[in-house]
Design a protein around this ligand. Structure first.
Ligand code: NAD
Length: 248
């Protein structure tokens, strides 16, 4: 099950958190994984070293997903150099939270540019080599917040809801080429992104989680790995929730 031998995968934002867990999981099943990052060169190198130490193949590429030309150039170069591209996990994301009345234009622009435009730019670049092999798996990391909204997260929720619309459109557009496009919507997952929450905020968040605990990056990676696998060949345009029951 979930054999990815001989496949090439790109995981954006794979230097830490959910992206790192996805990269490790895909590599453990045989994929050659290219992780991308924008800062944190050391963290990226550590992810590569961890994968190699476990017997897998990995490398790191630095580019900002919000720069469409840079994203397209880097992904095209990976596909050319490694001869193929089978899997894209568009995971890179940021959250700049706050109430609408305090929203700064540059924060809105940056959130949409990284989370939404960045994922679409990477998908555009990945689709081309996937069309040549008439196969491919694209997984967008959306969020439960994109499905249910959250006070103080208007820009972030809009970007994550946008990914669901984008995935469903791409799923229809490229189904004839056997390229599947799906979303995973994590709930409250313990990573650096949620590390700023204080204990009161953490407890408040957990009251909305029937399973009574935060999720782990590995639990999200398991869902991503399924969608990236040959076993998920008949699953496209789907939104797979990994949220502990936060939204049912
Ligand atoms: P994280 O902050 O730990 O990691 C984010 C990664 O994205 C980092 O590797 C970072 O370098 C990369 N990144 C950020 N901006 C980038 C850019 N412009 N170009 C390239 N890379 C960039 O976050 P995480 O918690 O691991 O989240 C991963 C994804 O899952 C994000 O899209 C996030 O929105 C989503 N998500 C997280 C949670 C959660 O509770 N942690 C919940 C739902 C969805």
């Amino acid at each position: 099950m979930f054999d990815l031998s001989g496949k090439v995968a790109v995981v954006t934002g794979g230097s830490r958190g959910i992206g790192r867990a996805c990269a490790k999981s895909l590599a453990a099943r045989g994929a050659h994984v290219v992780i991308t990052y924008v800062g944190g060169e050391q963290a990226a190198a550590q992810t590569v070293a961890d994968i190699e130490a476990a017997g897998g193949k990995a490398e790191a590429e630095r580019f900002d997903v919000a720069d469409m030309t840079a994203a397209e150039t880097a992904i095209a170069e990976v596909a050319k150099r490694l001869g193929r591209l089978d899997i894209l996990v568009a995971n890179a994301g940021i959250s700049i939270d706050g109430l609408l009345l305090r929203l700064k234009e540059e924060d809105l622009d940056r959130t949409l540019a990284v989370n939404l435009k960045g994922a679409i730019a990477c998908a555009k670049a990945a689709i081309k080599p996937m069309m040549r092999t008439k196969a491919g798996r694209i997984v967008f990391l959306s969020s439960v917040v994109g499905e249910m909204g959250n006070a103080g997260q208007t820009s972030y929720a809009a970007s994550k809801a946008g990914l669901i619309g984008a995935a469903k459109s791409l799923a229809r557009e490229y189904a004839s080429r056997q390229i599947t496009v799906n979303c995973v919507t994590p709930g409250y997952i313990e990573t650096d992104m949620t590390g700023d929450l204080n204990e009161a905020q953490r407890q408040a968040m957990l009251t909305g989680v029937p399973l009574g605990r935060p999720g782990t990056a590995d639990e999200v990676a398991a869902a991503v790995t399924f969608l990236a696998s040959p076993e998920a060949a008949y699953v496209t345009g789907h939104v797979l929730r990994v949220n502990g029951g936060m939204l049912i």
